[in-house]
Design a protein around this ligand. Structure first.
Ligand code: F6P
Length: 367
């Protein structure tokens, strides 16, 4: 490696971690900017870093203006992605992870890749900082529907997920009202309650439960009973997958196969719905939105942000800004060190303005 500004001839781009709407907008912008502005070649690494290791048939392929034609409105990623392909701790059949990073570094050298654009969430940015230490030139582009990266005001993918979740809440309103039911809808977000909070406010939820504010079921029940006494015979409860009852624990689906320690959140809405039924006598139903929130066409905001991030990442390489990640601050695209970007997650402030606004309009957080 050792390419410095001006030495770049060939770059590569990868998408890692869970997919989200807007990834293709970034890939397209990276390819168009690298080729159109700088005359560089671009390679696409398939399935996170798997393409560099040939895992599961994943490979590295050239990306041209033709390869990215028409992908702006497409959800997912044309390169594929993986959240089980950390080269520093690659899952194996024995269950004992192995370090395959030397092979990744060798392959990058063999392919004469001068710099990488790593598009990913906190997990991918952690891998990126380890690769940097091994001498790989790279820049980061933050993505996740969870919006839990502190270094950027917002990640692309989040806005599209909010649209899906808000639309679902709107739809649940009509059926809840028709049947006089309490509908409990679970949204994603891991340890951050952003999707639940913003979709809950936008969808006019009556109760929002988020990981940052442990709830008491008696407080949830009294909010719903008060509503019923006021003549509202139906209610909408939005629960973040990582929400916790006071003194309780998060609900997980299963141990993730082949990735010891990584577990999938999910299913708390069923517990909450049962607890509400017991405490209030109301008829309840539970809905898990799950991966619907990650699918489909990116919103205009995410297409634009993805395009701005992709172009900015290529300009960052041209300036030799390795080890940095593009970010949104206010209305501006800036860059921050990847190490700082992963230092702490961005969580909802339980006493912040957005929670206060929700409380002001009568939304209960189960406290
Ligand atoms: O981080 C994005 C996210 O969608 C989380 O909100 C969710 O907990 C997780 O990924 C689901 O991961 P998987 O795609 O492995 O089920």
């Amino acid at each position: 490696m050792g390419a410095s500004t001006g030495d770049v001839r060939r770059i590569a781009v990868s998408t890692g971690g869970g997919d989200c709407p807007g990834l293709n907008a970034v890939i397209r912008a990276v390819v168009k900017t690298a080729i159109g502005v700088y005359g560089w070649e671009v390679l696409g690494i398939e399935s996170g870093f798997d393409g560099l290791l040939g895992r599961y048939g994943a490979r590295v392929r050239p990306l041209t203006a033709e390869s990215v034609r028409g992908i702006l409105p497409l959800g997912g990623t044309i390169l594929g992605t993986s959240n089980r392909g950390n080269p520093f701790a690659m899952p194996t059949e024995t269950g004992e992870p192995i370090d395959r990073s030397p092979e990744v570094v060798n392959r990058i050298r063999e392919l004469e890749i001068d710099a990488l654009v790593t598009i990913g969430g906190d997990g991918s940015m952690r891998i990126a900082s380890q690769l940097l230490e091994l001498g790989i030139n790279l820049v980061g582009v933050p993505k996740t529907i969870d919006n839990d990266l502190a270094a950027t005001d917002v990640t692309f993918g989040y806005d599209s997920a909010l649209h899906v979740a808000t639309d679902a809440i709107d739809r649940l309103h009509t059926t809840a009202e028709s049947h006089n039911r309490v509908m409990v809808v679970e949204v994603m977000g891991r340890d951050a309650g952003w999707i639940a909070l913003e979709a809950g406010i936008a969808g006019g939820a009556d109760v929002i439960l988020i990981p940052e504010i442990p709830y008491r079921i008696d407080a949830v029940a009294s909010a719903l009973i008060n509503r019923a006494r006021a003549g509202r015979k139906f209610s909408i409860v939005v629960v973040s997958e990582g929400a916790v009852p006071e003194g309780g624990a998060q609900v997980y689906q299963e141990e993730r196969h082949g990735a010891p320690g990584a577990r999938r959140l999910g299913g708390i809405c069923i517990q909450v719905a049962e607890d509400i039924a017991l405490a209030t006598g109301a008829e309840t139903r539970a809905v898990v939105l799950g991966h619907l929130q990650r699918g489909g066409s990116p919103s205009p905001f995410d297409r634009t942000l993805g395009t701005r991030f992709g172009a900015a990442a290529v300009h960052l390489i041209a300036r030799g800004g390795y080890g940095r990640m593009v970010a949104l601050r206010g209305r501006d695209i800036v860059d921050v060190s990847i190490a700082d970007a992963i230092a702490r997650p961005k969580l909802v402030d339980p006493n912040g303005e957005m929670v206060q606004a929700a409380r002001s309009v009568g939304i209960s957080f189960g406290t």
